[in-house]
Design a protein around this ligand. Structure first.
Ligand code: NAI
Ligand code: CS2
Length: 494
């Protein structure tokens, strides 16, 4: 039996179910990217608001590329899905009821998606499509015109495939119909994610029609957000546990994440917004200090642990936490190499670092190092490289950061310390593979990978101190492996 309106009453008593009239919700937010994270984050905030504050903000969920099954699953179960919180072996579950509609561009047609986005009542288009969904270059924070899908959208602007293309076309249709604009809110892990979103949308609009671009500039806001909740991709074990939580009822759209969640939002909405602050979100004028804190301390240490952990044979983050040297090194990275680069005020960064390590220890999560390791070319810049620039400018030490970059190089070289092949996933994987194939496994490899200037920028590619430190770390990883390299480094730390 499957989760649906009909089976809600059969769920075990401890499962929290919608206590509000779902028919009274209005579809005011279109969300692009119905993946794991959105379900356990923004959807839960909306569900809390509906059940505790009488909010009528409902969602239309859209997947543009990938995720056909998730949309189909939603349709099959009256748009209900469950979200579990897992704290070690202790799980709790709520069924989220704020979704009113679900569409997939390839299944329902892009025209249908655009029709929904041009309804007068749509106030917000929010996004969680991973960094690559923005089709941007980290070095310019703007559109990558060499991206094949962007080329397609430039040639077929009324039938777009990409996130920027779909937003531009929806806004053009709204302008044409004399409708007000909506707010575009990125919830992806990029620094100044609102700024990046604005840049890619405006760049594409300008290529199409200067007047449209001007209308967007004047009418659309692109608030930045800092989003946090660890939500690993669900495995078959996760799905089994969700079913147990639901007393045997099946929910293929269910997801599980850690109990912690945080959302800091730039308060800049052109057509209204839910009262997210009443569900625990923080509405602020400037999100950047929070974004940088989270991207460098959390995501930076996550990537560090992911590359070094994977190479050393640790398949999950909680396994890295069993290795005292990895813990020491991650803590040093956070407090000595990331914290000094931050501008955030009024946060106890030592307590923050310790709370992150505690969250990583949660054995319920089973967060794969392989998952975090993917798409490194779009993650390294904000997680490690910006901090390295800070240290180069201040002449301060960045041993862990250099090791993190070297570990990424070793990882994308494709063989772990036990000699097993690594399945490397990255939007630049073809370029990476060619560079690896054509370079010797020594300083040449480092030099070859540093030629990816869209990742490292001309400045780092040519910085001798940076090259030297990354090369030393790379050679150590090659000679003695990740575990011993981390052990050697950690000996210097208290
Ligand atoms: P996921 O793989 O479960 O979902 C990815 C979503 O993005 C899917 O809906 C897919 O259809 C869409 N997508 C992928 N590539 C796309 C493209 N090129 N164009 C358009 N749509 C595309 O991933 P998950 O866990 O939902 O994470 C998504 C993003 O959310 C992350 O990359 C990150 O930026 C952010 N995030 C994730 C957290 C997590 O712990 N999972 C926590 C904080 C932020
Ligand atoms: C992770 C993040 O996959 C990754 O790259 O570092 O998704 C991380 O789990 C979240 O940002 C936590 O909020």
């Amino acid at each position: 039996m499957r989760l649906s309106n009909q089976t809600l009453s059969q769920l075990p008593q401890q499962v929290v179910v919608p206590n509000y009239d779902r028919n009274k919700l209005k579809t005011k937010i279109v969300h692009l990217g119905f993946g794991a994270f959105h379900r356990a984050h923004q959807a839960v905030y909306a569900d809390i608001l509906a059940s505790e504050q009488g909010s009528d903000w409902g969602y239309s969920e859209v997947n543009l590329i990938g995720g056909e099954k998730q949309i189909e699953d939603l349709k099959q179960q009256d748009y209900l899905f469950s979200v579990c919180e897992m704290s070690y072996d202790d799980w709790s579950t709520r069924v989220v009821g704020v979704v009113k509609q679900a569409l997939h561009a390839d299944v329902d047609g892009i025209s249908k998606v655009l029709e929904v986005m041009t309804r007068p009542e749509i106030a917000i288009v929010s996004i969680t499509v991973t960094e690559k969904g923005y089709c941007y270059l980290p070095t310019t924070a703007s559109i990558d015109t060499h991206n094949e899908l962007i080329k397609y959208d430039i040639a077929n602007p009324t039938k777009p495939k990409t996130v920027p293309g779909v937003i531009v076309e929806a806004l053009r249709l709204r302008q044409e119909k004399g409708l007000p604009a909506f707010t575009v809110m990125s919830c992806d892990n990029m620094p100044e994610n609102g700024h990046v979103t604005r840049n890619v949308v405006l760049a594409l609009a300008k290529m199409r029609d200067a007047k449209l671009a001007q209308w967007i500039e004047e009418n659309v806001s692109f608030p930045s957000t800092m989003v946090d909740r660890i939500v690993p991709a669900a495995t078959s074990q996760t799905m089994e546990k969700i079913q147990q939580q639901l007393g045997g009822i099946d929910d293929p759209a269910g997801i599980a994440g850690e109990p912690f969640k945080q959302w800091v939002i730039e308060d800049n909405f052109v057509a209204g917004r839910p009262q997210w602050q009443k569900a625990g979100a923080e509405l602020v004028n400037d999100v950047l200090p929070y974004e940088e804190m989270k991207l460098r301390m959390l995501n930076g240490s996550h990537s560090f642990l992911a590359y070094l952990g994977y190479l050393g044979g640790y398949r999950h983050i909680d396994e890295c936490m069993q290795d005292a040297n990895y813990v020491k090194a991650a803590r040093h990275l956070m407090l000595q190499e990331q914290a000094p680069t931050l501008k955030v005020k009024g946060v106890d960064l030592q307590a923050y670092a310790d709370s992150l390590l505690d969250r990583y220890r949660n054995t319920g999560l089973k967060h794969r190092t392989w998952q975090i390791a993917m798409d490194g070319t779009l993650k390294l810049p904000q997680r490690m490289l910006d901090s390295i620039r800070y240290h180069l400018a201040h002449n301060t030490a960045f041993d862990c950061l250099a090791l993190g970059v070297a570990a990424w190089m070793r990882y994308v070289s494709g063989i772990d310390d036990a000699g097993h092949l690594i399945e490397v996933c990255d939007p630049s994987v073809d370029k990476i593979k060619a560079l690896v194939a054509n370079s010797a496994d020594n300083q040449e490899r480092v030099k070859a990978l540093l030629s990816l200037t869209h990742v490292f920028g001309e400045d780092l590619t040519n910085n001798s101190k940076f090259i030297e430190q990354v090369t030393d770390a790379y050679i150590s990883l090659r000679n003695i492996g990740a575990k011993q390299t981390v052990e050697k480094l950690a000996q210097n730390f208290s």
